[in-house]
Design a protein around this ligand. Structure first.
Ligand SMILES: C[S@@+](CC[C@H](N)C(=O)[O-])C[C@H]1O[C@@H](n2cnc3c(N)ncnc32)[C@H](O)[C@@H]1O
Length: 193
């Protein structure tokens, strides 16, 4: 157990909230960008739909989350898919990934701005960051209400500026807001040096 954040998330998971079982759109839509082999990390994995997806695409996958409830769930899920995933109950702020340690890092619906410099360096050269999380300019009330946990306009691009941007998508409130991919930004970026 790792303090108040873990308590909060454990209780949400016990109550059946945040039970997403589908991988992040940024990963599914751009699955063709994944390397055929290598080390992948699902950071702040929750119940780990992204970790399951990465491992089932042949990547040597790790999944870290501060909530032991989430990790327990993912252990069960990995076993039922017959997948081997390195699971860790881990505070990713206190214990971020080491330099040059992953070929792919996926972050979905988690935001800690202070982590970005470390995250960019945690990729191997040519490694890919897949990031998707909530933005402030929204059309529904999904996601956190605290604007501190939501990205400002183009902020994900700025946070990832040490990397080479491959894809960025943020629709905001432009056009027909009943269509499209709303409320979140998606980014794929590559470490080149
Ligand atoms: C909104 S959920 C997203 C889970 C998953 N990535 C998804 O897209 O379904 C946010 C996750 O961040 C985890 N988390 C929050 N603070 C954390 C920290 N300091 N270290 C590791 N995980 C953390 C929570 O336990 C929770 O599982």
């Amino acid at each position: 157990m790792q303090g108040r954040d873990a308590e909060k998330w454990n209780s949400l998971y016990r109550n059946g909230e945040h039970a997403s079982s589908t991988p992040a759109a940024v990963l599914e839509l751009f699955v063709h960008l994944l390397p055929a082999r290598g080390k992948a990390l699902d950071l702040a994995c929750g119940r780990g739909a992204d970790a399951i997806y990465l491992a089932s695409h042949g990547l040597d996958t790790s999944a870290w989350d501060i909530s032991d409830e989430a990790i327990k769930w993912l252990e069960h899920s990995a076993n039922s898919h017959k997948l081997k995933i390195d699971l860790q109950v881990r505070d990713v702020i206190k214990q971020p990934p080491e330099s040059s340690s992953f070929d792919v890092i996926v972050v979905s619906q988690f935001l800690d701005r202070s982590l970005f410099p470390t995250l960019c360096k945690a990729l191997t050269i040519n490694g890919l960051l897949f990031y998707q999380t909530f933005i402030r300019e929204r059309v529904s009330d999904t996601g956190p209400s605290n604007p501190g946990y939501r990205l400002a306009e183009n902020e994900l691009l700025e946070l990832s500026s040490p990397l080479h941007i491959i894809y960025y998508h943020e629709e905001g409130t432009v056009g027909n807001t009943s269509a499209g991919f709303r409320d979140q930004a998606m980014l794929i970026a590559q470490r080149r040096q």
